[in-house]
Design a binder for this molecule. Structure first.
Ligand SMILES: Cc1cc2nc3c(=O)[nH]c(=O)nc-3n(C[C@H](O)[C@H](O)[C@H](O)COP(=O)(O)O)c2cc1C
Length: 477
């Protein structure tokens, strides 16, 4: 299954019973509260809001898009019965083969149905929600993709970074330090130039899914989407920026970010960590030069809350695969599995399962997992467990943490690592961009592998024999 736009994705989700329509909700915290309640449990339907208070019918918001395994599978082209492990394996497979299909430039597309420039620009025409009670304002961009081009090469980067709307013509973007968008923007600023930017606020969910992942430096997320779809994404060259914008996008803005122009106070915003930790801060202001939108446009929202949530749930599966891949690419053998726990927002807690092959192997795996591109940002705890442990099984992981860890030898504290204000424990006080973290070797000690106390579990042979004999007691077996 391949979708050409958000509308195709909505249709297919609805046919699968994976989408609910909601009418007459208020953009002012009511939509956010409904979405919050729907995220108390993963696996509930996506929500399509229409007839939003104060807005014309047809101006819609899609939320809760990637909070079910079925819809993540659908977005990635897997069958609806796919499991969490199928998703991890698909992404691992993709990263190993890394098939890239560049976008196809076309002249026309539905995104050109309405074009506003200069005094016609009115960003308040779209029902941007105030998602949470303590948010500092309304966010047009949460499931958006921010498109920028590296000034030194042809590389076009797409990243999901939040966008607040202040009035008819003012937007801000919040990009954490070290993210590719921040690095690109800084390059323009260092040479005294404004950074051209285009932002798409509604599009095929695959574009959002890929935009939220750490794709290697120099690789364009459009090419990744093309590789996953087996078909190029169609783009139009923006007339104000020359940046490639999705031809079937719902709402796109084009503009510039000047080095000396900031909104005074962006945020606070209820973030993926489960806190309003980023607070209120100046952030880069976008000078909007054009707004393009389809008739009856749909905003793709992705509302964070205490994890797991719409922002982090899908990324846990993909991050597990990405860290696994990066460990292998760094030359660490014997990886049996990786899990980025959903309660840690898919970032704070990583567990790596290995077959120990040499002394120091477990520590090496843990240190690299906690620092690689996909695992390095805002991690707090990285655990390494033996190959008899399923890293996604919380009880098994806690059991070996309790029984195979010697805190004197097995816990490394790393200081001044890559983090963000969104991490409530980040430091130093003002900048809040660093954190400390723990790498825990919860494997049996290498030198005691042959003598470590045996685990109280029947052997596979005995288990099979007993199940065979007592079939009535074990129908699923
Ligand atoms: C829903 C959602 C919202 C996000 N919001 C932000 C944000 O506001 N700022 C930010 O720096 N990263 C944010 N991220 C994380 C980045 O999108 C992610 O780290 C991605 O890899 C960044 O792209 P890059 O590697 O091209 O920089 C968000 C991700 C998702 C899925």
């Amino acid at each position: 299954m391949r979708f050409d736009d958000l509308r195709d994705w909505i249709k297919e989700s609805e046919e699968l019973g994976e989408l609910k329509r909601v009418e007459h909700a208020d953009w002012d915290v009511e939509i956010g509260t409904i979405v919050d309640l729907y995220q108390e449990k993963m696996g509930l339907p996506a929500l399509l809001f229409d007839k939003i208070k104060g807005y014309p019918p047809g101006y819609r918001i899609l939320a809760n898009s990637l909070t079910s395994i079925k819809r993540i599978a659908l977005t990635l082209g897997l069958p609806p019965e796919a499991t969490a492990l199928d998703i991890v394996k698909l992404w691992l497979d993709y990263l190993r083969n890394f098939n890239l299909v560049p976008p196809r430039v076309v002249e026309k597309g539905p995104i050109l149905e309405n074009v506003q420039e200069k005094d016609d620009i009115n960003l308040l025409a779209f029902p941007a929600p105030k998602w949470h009670e303590l948010d500092g304002g309304r966010y047009l961009g949460t499931g958006c993709v921010v498109i920028m081009k590296d000034p030194d090469s042809d590389w076009v980067n797409l990243g999901v970074y939040r966008v607040q709307v202040f009035d008819e013509s003012t937007l801000s973007v919040m990009i954490s330090k070290g993210k590719q968008g921040s690095i690109i923007m800084q390059k323009y600023w260092d040479s005294g130039q404004p950074c051209p930017v285009a932002i798409s606020f509604g599009h095929d969910v695959l574009l959002y899914l890929v935009g939220g992942m750490e794709i290697p430096y120099g690789v364009c997320e459009y090419d990744v989407c093309g590789g996953l779809r087996g078909e190029p994404v169609e783009v139009i060259k923006g007339t104000k920026t020359n940046l490639p914008i999705p031809a079937t996008g719902e709402i796109v803005i084009e503009g510039e970010i000047h080095p000396d122009q900031f909104v005074e106070s962006e945020g606070p915003f209820g973030e993926w960590t489960g806190y309003y930790a980023g607070g209120r801060k100046p952030q880069p202001k976008i000078n909007v030069k054009a707004v393009l939108h389809r008739d009856n446009p749909i905003i793709l929202g992705a509302m964070p809350r205490v994890p797991p949530n719409d922002d982090t749930y899908y990324r846990g599966f993909l991050r597990s695969a990405a860290v696994w891949d990066e460990l292998e690419k760094a030359g660490v053998p014997g990886i049996q599995g990786v899990w980025a726990h959903e309660a840690g927002g898919g970032r704070f807690m990583l567990t790596v399962s290995i077959k120990q092959l040499y002394p120091g192997h477990a520590k090496q795996a843990g240190l690299i997992a906690s620092q690689c591109h996909s695992g390095g940002y805002a991690n707090r705890i990285t655990l390494v467990v033996d190959d008899d442990i399923d890293p996604a099984n919380t009880n098994e992981v806690i059991w070996v943490l309790c029984t195979r860890t010697d805190p004197r030898e097995d816990v490394e504290i790393l200081k001044r690592c890559w983090s963000t204000r969104l991490d409530p424990m980040s430091y130093p006080e003002e900048a809040r961009v660093l954190n400390s973290r723990m790498v825990i070797d919860a494997c049996r000690p290498w030198e005691r592998l042959d003598t470590f106390s045996p685990v109280v579990r029947p052997s596979t042979e005995l288990k099979d024999k007993v199940i065979e004999k007592w079939r009535d007691l074990f129908p699923a077996g």
